[in-house]
Ligand binder design. Structure first.
Ligand SMILES: NC(=O)c1ccc[n+]([C@@H]2O[C@H](COP(=O)([O-])OP(=O)(O)OC[C@H]3O[C@@H](n4cnc5c(N)ncnc54)[C@H](OP(=O)(O)O)[C@@H]3O)[C@@H](O)[C@H]2O)c1
Length: 214
């Protein structure tokens, strides 16, 4: 599979390594084609890794990962060109964090809207699936916990896109809980705040969420 990653931060690089690790090809995109983080990542990740602009990555990928700072996400989508993502699965990892009141951050959107829904509106022709936003980047690929694997919660409007993302998650070691349409992002984005608050309280970042069922 060819994957375009919009974002050079910890998430973009962690997921980039994950995709390379399961045999996919990855192009990592940034605002600048010569972005140093993307260039260093691609050099270290091997022959199936490349880098370029957001538009290069969006054109390259059959599946796109959106891993940008929330306040830069609309700009990144515009720079990538929404038409290049038409018909494609777009994995939205973003959280709309507002740090202006200090730590823990608050959500800048919520209750009646969400980042996931905004992204879907900016990309009306794409199949947006919210995923990977509820856990720190260190555990996004092959999460290893004493109690067994945590669950990845996803949501999105297109069932086939969610099947694609479920297969990706499973290849990264995650069981998946599908909570429905993209408006479920209103419930998944606050889980990020829960994750951060617990980390701040305990001083550790090795936790993740699991749903028990019977
Ligand atoms: N860090 C985590 O563990 C974690 C976990 C779950 C979810 N998330 C969410 O995942 C997303 C990515 O997080 P991250 O920590 O990997 O990186 P980040 O620092 O939040 O974002 C880095 C990316 O944002 C782009 N960016 C920043 N300002 C921009 C602007 N004005 N216009 C266009 N692009 C802009 C940067 O572009 P350049 O490359 O051009 O500089 C870079 O690629 C965030 O929404 C975050 O909330 C993070």
């Amino acid at each position: 599979m060819k994957v375009g990653i919009l974002g050079t931060g910890d998430v973009g690089r962690a997921l980039g390594n994950g995709f390379i690790g399961v045999g996919d090809s990855v192009c990592m995109g940034a605002r600048d084609a010569n972005n140093e983080k993307a260039a260093a990542w691609a050099a270290a990740a091997g022959s199936r890794a490349s880098h370029g602009t957001f538009a290069d990555a969006a054109r390259f990928g059959d599946v796109i990962v959106l891993a940008t700072l929330w306040t830069g996400t609309e700009n990144a989508v515009k720079l990538a060109g929404p038409d290049t993502m038409r018909g494609k699965v777009v994995i939205d990892t973003t959280n709309p964090l507002d740090f202006s009141h200090g730590m823990p951050p608050r959500l800048s959107i919520g209750h009646t809207d969400s980042a996931g829904e905004q992204v879907q509106r900016w990309l009306p022709g794409a199949k947006v699936v919210k995923c990977f936003n509820i856990v720190g980047n260190a555990h996004m690929v092959q999460p290893s916990f004493p109690g067994g694997p945590p669950d990845m919660f996803i949501c999105g409007n297109d069932d086939e896109a969610k099947r694609v993302v479920t297969t990706i998650c499973q290849s990264f070691g995650w069981p998946v809980v599908d909570i429905g349409g993209i408006e479920g992002s209103r419930d998944l984005e606050p889980l990020c705040i829960l994750w951060v608050k617990y980390g701040l309280k305990t001083g550790g970042w090795n936790h993740a969420v699991r749903m028990l069922k019977k």
